[in-house]
Write a protein that binds this ligand. Structure first.
Ligand code: DAH
Length: 355
């Protein structure tokens, strides 16, 4: 074994490692040069015992050094190849792009926007009011005095009001001495707030969140959304109401649905009505959605009670108008055939992504 053999082998290893293009090639080279059984360096090492003591002293370390060098070259080249692959990937314009996840609107938002748009197209204005409301606006001004049995229609979340607030209102001799705060149970208080600030004629809708202290089930939630409507003028009649609301449902459901008015009771209207639409699924024949009646109850309504006009500062017989209130979830459930109100608030993307 000659010194040149070692030098030659070193040359050879360096050249082939540098020109290797894949990890597999590099692995083959590792086996070829320093493989434990038949590696070329290994084979030379196995010949060491046959050498003279003197030769061993120089050839031994030289072979060791060669083995280390080959190992280092291999490791370096493996890393180079990986880096190169990374770099190539970074500018590979043919790679499929990463999809940007965009959010999208909740079904209730979609339906609320549609309702706003339909009413705006019929010349209604959209207004809003506070979610934390006073007993005065939520009840008293709407002809629902304390101790009136009708208050039981709205199970209420009351807010703990400080004694200071009550003391101040007493000292200032305010008319609503015990005007406690609550989470509004309906959007109707905005009727009063709006009338206090505006003179008829006008027509408004009021979308908003409301709260009820109730047990939840497939059709009840403790927080949900309503859309209130109010149209007031010198000669607004129930016939106007029937037309407006019939038109509204036709536009919303995009078909020619019939509506039906039934007598009902709400303290802030007289007469009070429940409004049904023809079942949008079966067209009135009777199915599981309408419980075989052919009709779906969709809103409460009526002609504004004179007490309500008075509470808002109008003369009781100066104007007349209609009011209505609908549950947004109920409309969305009908429109999209959704069986359970709780789905809207489940945060379940499998549900939300369908709309
Ligand atoms: N505020 C009523 C409720 O939450 C719904 C309602 C009924 C609103 C009749 C109205 C109305 O404006 O006239 O149950």
């Amino acid at each position: 074994m000659q010194k040149q053999d070692i030098a030659h082998l070193a040359q050879e290893a360096k050249k082939s490692i540098q020109s290797a293009k894949t990890a597999a090639e590099l692995e083959a080279l590792r086996v070829r040069f320093i493989g434990r059984k038949d590696g070329e360096v290994t084979k030379l090492m196995k010949q060491l015992p046959a050498l003279s003591v003197e030769d061993r002293r120089t050839v031994g370390p030289a072979l060791n050094a060669l083995k280390n060098e080959v190992e280092q070259l291999l490791t370096a080249r493996v890393k180079d190849l990986a880096d190169e692959a990374d770099r190539r990937q970074a500018i590979d314009v043919t790679m499929p792009g990463k999809k940007v996840a965009t959010g999208h609107l909740h079904p209730l938002t979609l339906v609320e926007r549609e309702i706003r748009d339909v009413f705006k197209a019929m010349n209604f204005s959209v207004v809003e009011g506070p979610e934390v409301e006073s007993e005065h606006y939520n009840f008293d001004a709407l002809n629902i005095p304390a101790n009136h049995p009708a208050r039981d229609m709205w199970d209420t979340f009351w807010l703990a009001t400080s004694d200071k607030r009550q003391a101040t209102s007493k000292k200032n001799n305010m008319s609503h001495v015990a005007d406690r705060l609550l989470l509004r149970t309906h959007t109707s208080p905005v009727q009063i707030r709006y009338m206090e600030q505006h003179q008829p004629p006008f027509q408004i809708v009021v979308p908003g969140r409301v709260f009820r202290y109730e047990a939840t089930d497939a059709s009840h939630e403790i927080n949900f959304y309503q859309v209130e409507g109010l149209m007031v003028g010198k000669d607004v009649t129930l016939a106007n109401f029937k037309f407006v609301i019939g038109e509204f449902f036709k536009r919303l459901f995009k078909k020619d649905v019939s509506i039906r008015l039934r007598p009902s009771y709400f303290p802030f209207v007289e007469p009070g009505l429940d409004v049904d639409v023809e079942c949008v699924k079966c067209g009135g024949k009777g199915c599981n959605i309408c419980k075989d009646s052919g009709w779906l109850e969709v809103m409460g309504a009526g002609m504004v009670h004179p007490h309500v006009f008075e509470a808002a500062g109008y003369g009781p017989h100066e104007y007349q108008g209609f009011a209505f209130g609908l549950g947004l979830e109920r409309i969305a459930m009908i429109k999209y055939n959704i069986p359970d109100i709780r789905l809207f608030y489940s945060g379940d993307l499998r549900f939300i992504k369908q709309f």
